[in-house]
Design a protein. Structure first.
Length: 137
């Protein structure tokens, strides 16, 4: 009996096609990462960076005419990731993903490396609109 059958050959071809498609998708995503939002110049922290030194450093700046702020918060002081972000004084709900990236309620499907980058991405998405309070249940 031959070691190579039609079924095995088709299975191998399908596996190679899938691997090529995944590689192309990852390459396209990596090359497009520099376009769009300003993801900030901070290095990621947490599991993705191979270490976890706690919450990112606080920030307070004006980005595209909007004041963005972020700071670590005590466990009982905040319901989220232990970090609070504000755009013009309104809280922007952020969440840290398992891989160490961050997302916000405004740009939920665009993970970024830091809460500062999440605030900047939210300002970009808002396009001048005011951030409305997000009701916490």
């Amino acid at each position: 009996m031959s070691g190579l059958t039609r079924r095995r050959a088709l299975g191998a071809a399908a596996a190679l096609t899938s691997a090529a498609a995944v590689t192309a998708a990852v390459t396209t995503t990596a090359s497009a990462d520099g376009q769009g939002h300003d993801h900030g110049h901070e290095a990621p922290t947490g599991p993705a960076a191979g270490h976890d030194h706690g919450a990112p450093a606080p920030f307070d700046e004006v980005y595209r005419g909007r004041r963005i702020q972020g700071r670590p918060v005590a466990a009982g002081e905040h319901h989220g990731a232990g970090y609070a972000v504000f755009v013009d004084g309104a809280e922007l709900h952020v969440m840290r993903n398992a891989d160490g990236s961050w997302i916000s309620v405004v740009s939920h499907y665009d993970p970024v490396p830091t809460p500062r980058a999440a605030a900047r991405a939210a300002v970009d998405e808002l396009q001048g609109a005011r951030l409305l309070p997000f009701p916490a249940n």
